[in-house]
Design a protein around this ligand. Structure first.
Ligand code: SF4
Ligand code: SF4
Length: 403
């Protein structure tokens, strides 16, 4: 695609990155077929090719309106289009740049700004989010059924093994997951402990930065990333083997620290090291001898696995969790349209409720079609979203190995 970026961005790092991404797109439209929002809305501008065109126009200095912003807002950042694209267009990076520019040139109305500001000042901060969640959990018995299903029951993390192995990995404490489902990281620590790896969590690390990044608050997102790097650095210098998280969305983001902080003279090198060490939990477990977990004492379950977009598209990891579950004796059910998003997508389920519900309901229809006993996934957002309407229990896959 030919480009002619405007002077305001042409000679910046963002401009150069966007230009090289835009030039890769040959406008073939293959990506449109696998875009969830295009499938629902049938509008070219609600598909990747149309959005790429809108971003190109914005970067070339043409008028940007609320309509431009609306089409970009409806994007889930699921990256299904990246998996499909034969030309290797890094759409999500272009979208980050495009959203940043559009946000500045077409400011939102005050109520929208307040809502997005509230999400940014609440979700990435466990110290603020946890007390609110506790309050909601106390009121849970009094809530109408529909609302009750959206407030997860209080969960106990259980035992976290003390470090005893030479092999050590760092665990991102994370933001909402540490309040909603503290058992996930603890289960990962117990499973890895049985595999001969000690998992260490530092309270100084927090949100991976994805919440702010997807709400077009890039400077704030980069600060979260720098904070995590500072928190992990002393352990990394002592030979920690990998950085993992219990949420595929966070791991996908950490794997991009190198790219996102590439122009920061103080952090570029450290970010590259962190990204190189970032591993999805499934990559770690799949690389170990699962026989060390012992004979499976639980009944083999009929499991429908929902692969989060951040696992299958964001990290290009496909089939790994499924192989682990099968190796542990579970039977996987068939799931049609497994490449499609469940509608959670960070804050999308709050900001684009109608579209999100439709995607969730379609996803649950596919997941439950083959009558599973339970649904497993790999990301807290997907778990909460699916739990809100599923007819069977929804768990993190690591919890099945921890049973
Ligand atoms: S598939 Fe790739 S090259 Fe084709 S329109 Fe989509 S982004 Fe552009
Ligand atoms: S990221 Fe997902 S929703 Fe957005 S354009 Fe690509 S496929 Fe469509």
């Amino acid at each position: 695609m030919q480009t002619n970026l405007a002077d305001f961005i042409k000679h910046t790092a963002d401009g150069r990155t966007a230009d090289s991404i835009l030039r890769k797109c040959v406008h073939c439209g293959f990506c449109t077929a696998t875009c969830p929002t295009y499938q629902l809305l049938g509008d070219e501008l609600d598909g990747p090719r149309g959005r790429i065109y809108l971003i190109k126009e914005a970067l070339e200095g043409r008028a940007v309106t609320g309509k431009t912003r609306r089409h970009l807002d409806r994007c889930l950042t699921c990256r299904s289009c990246e998996t499909t694209c034969p030309s290797g267009v890094h759409y999500s990076r272009l979208l980050d740049i495009g959203r940043h520019v559009v946000e500045a040139r077409a400011p939102r109305a005050l109520p929208e700004r307040l809502l997005r500001g509230a999400l940014r000042s609440l979700l990435p901060h466990p110290g603020r989010f946890a007390p609110l969640l506790r309050f909601g959990q106390l009121l849970r018995p009094l809530m109408p059924a529909a609302l009750r299903r959206r407030v997860p029951k209080r969960q106990s993390p259980g035992h976290w093994p003390a470090p005893r192995h030479d092999r050590r990995m760092l665990c991102l404490a994370g933001c909402v997951q540490s309040s909603i489902a503290p058992n996930i990281n603890a289960a990962a620590a117990r499973v890895l402990d049985r595999l001969g790896i000690s998992l260490v969590s530092t309270t100084a690390s927090g949100c991976c930065g994805a919440v702010s990044l997807h709400l077009a608050a890039r400077d704030e997102a980069l600060d979260f990333m720098r904070r995590n790097i500072d928190a992990w650095w002393p352990q990394l210098e002592q030979g920690t083997e990998a950085v993992i998280t219990g949420a595929s969305a966070c791991t996908a983001t950490i794997k991009e620290y190198a790219e996102l902080l590439a122009d920061d003279p103080l952090y570029a090198e450290k970010a590259a090291r962190v990204s190189a060490l970032a591993k999805d939990l499934s990559e770690v477990v799949a690389g170990e001898n699962l026989a060390a977990l012992g004979e499976d004492t639980v009944l083999s379950r009929r499991v429908a696995f929902h692969s989060p977009c951040t696992l299958q598209h964001g990290q290009s990891i496909r089939g790994t969790v499924e192989s682990i579950l099968e190796a542990r004796g579970h039977r996987l059910t068939r799931v049609a349209d497994a490449h499609l998003c469940c509608g959670s997508a960070g804050t999308y389920s709050i900001l684009q409720r109608k579209l999100s519900r439709r995607l969730r309901d379609n996803k649950l229809t596919m997941l439950q079609a083959d009558k599973p006993e339970l649904i497993a996934s790999a990301n807290i957002g997907c778990l909460v979203e699916l739990q809100s309407a599923a007819q069977v229990p929804v768990v993190h896959w690591i919890e099945l190995l921890d049973e």
